[in-house]
Design a protein around this ligand. Structure first.
Ligand SMILES: [Zn+2]
Length: 425
């Protein structure tokens, strides 16, 4: 069924131009039709009409780096041994959790992540998945869950050598199986958990499928120290020599502890950087600074939440004093994920992905000050409806594609099961 968003104030996400329009949206048609508001009540066949009088309508959001697999960690107790640094946070928390994930937990994590994305206006997710003892078929499970809720996606399995060799092989096999029939990326955990052999095999897959590598880069000093001692060079030099920076589809996540030479390598490459500043604050690994990295910077959530408006605000506020970030550059980073997807020909992020906002501002909202409203006023609580791929997935603040209450009830049970398994209660 088509959708007509009647009497909307449409904001072009690229130009921030405001116009009063009726918007005709069709499923599976990437383009939308902007029609005059004064249409004399024309009746469009097979069309659901949504009254958008007084509402703002603009392109929905997308997450540049997510970890659906971490969704059931929320509220989990602390590990028995307190992590003293970033490497121990990985060992005691995330690498303990991901080893216990089974198909049921993977599905539940993906479903609740997708529902949170829908509620928060994101219709596209770039995900980085790990479940070392349930690798085979894991991407298919996530894809099905995302699609059930109504999200588009760009998935990868994060291969590493932190578990037995056979598991690294399974990660690469899962990647190959996935890329044979779907859009996706070749995932690697990070330089310090990937041997030269695994790195080479991953890059070979990247070339075979004309894809890119999705990898954490210099999130902590530890990554650089291990690279220097193990490979005699810095992380970005290692990845660059392997050919990873040559792909415009490659995503280098975090990029905190870089020297000038590494920034130059990234700036002069077509590869992308994904900033996740709240995760950096939480892990106390340092602050992101986009200086010298070029224009290909987008924002992610790193699995902490699914709210890109929150990521935008965090990048702007955490960036004060640590980063060269302005209203305009913050907005560009927030929206750059669409440019990444479009320039690389990935499907699922066309103009028929929209968010409807009920934002009754105490001050005028204009093209000139819209970014300030995004930073200081508009939040996810203003989102009333979300359209993904031309179809409604959130209507009047209710997810209409799945039974949210039932899923949350089940996910609480599954979360308890997971916490018992890893003894984090
Ligand atoms: Zn991450």
């Amino acid at each position: 069924m088509n959708l007509l968003l009647r009497n909307a104030t449409y904001i072009d996400w690229k130009t921030l131009d405001f116009s009063k329009k009726n918007i005709l949206v069709r499923p599976d048609d990437d383009n939308i039709q902007l029609l005059p508001r004064d249409d004399d009540g024309i009746v469009y066949p097979d069309t659901e009409v949504i009254d958008c009088n007084g509402r703002l309508v603009t392109k929905s959001f997308a997450v540049g780096h997510h970890h659906a697999y971490s969704a059931l960690a929320r509220g989990m107790g602390s590990p028995k041994k307190t992590p003293r640094n970033f490497h121990e946070i990985l060992q005691y928390v995330w690498w303990t959790l991901d080893k216990k994930l089974d198909p049921e937990l993977i599905e539940m994590s993906a479903l609740v992540t997708a529902m949170e994305c829908a509620r928060n206006g994101s219709t596209f997710v770039i995900d980085h998945h790990a479940s070392p003892f349930a690798v085979k078929g894991s991407l298919e499970i996530i894809a099905r869950a995302f699609e059930k809720v109504g999200l588009s996606h760009l998935l990868c399995y994060e291969t590493s050598d932190r578990d037995e060799k056979v598991i690294a092989g399974e990660g690469l096999e899962e990647t190959e199986t996935w890329l044979q029939n779907h859009q996706g990326l070749v995932g690697l955990h990070a330089s310090f958990t990937v041997s030269d052999d695994t790195l080479g095999r991953a890059v070979a897959l990247m070339h075979k499928f004309n894809s890119g590598i999705h990898i954490h880069v210099a999130e902590d000093k530890y990554d650089q120290e291990q690279c220097m001692s193990g490979h005699g060079r810095r992380v970005v030099e290692r990845l660059s020599e392997a050919g990873i920076l040559g792909s415009a589809k490659s995503i280098l996540v975090h990029c905190l502890h870089l020297d000038e030479r590494e920034r130059e390598l990234i700036r002069n490459s077509p590869a992308w950087v994904a900033e996740n500043c709240e995760s950096n604050l939480n892990n106390q690994v340092g602050n992101f600074n986009g200086a010298g990295l070029g224009e290909n910077i987008m924002l992610g959530t790193d699995g902490m939440h699914s709210d890109m408006l929150q990521s935008l605000k965090a990048a702007f506020f955490a960036g004060q004093g640590h980063d060269t970030i302005s209203y305009d550059s913050a907005y560009r980073r927030f929206r750059n994920v669409h440019r990444y997807l479009d320039e690389n020909g990935f499907k699922g992020d066309g103009d028929n992905n929209l968010v409807v906002l009920s934002y009754n501002s105490p001050t005028p909202v204009t093209k000139e000050n819209f970014i300030a409203h995004l930073l200081f006023g508009i939040s996810s609580r203003h989102i009333t409806d979300v359209i993904s791929g031309g179809r409604l997935i959130l209507r009047k603040r209710k997810i209409i594609t799945v039974d949210e209450r039932e899923i949350l009830k089940e996910s609480r049970k599954q979360a308890e099961r997971l916490w018992h398994m890893i003894n984090h209660l």
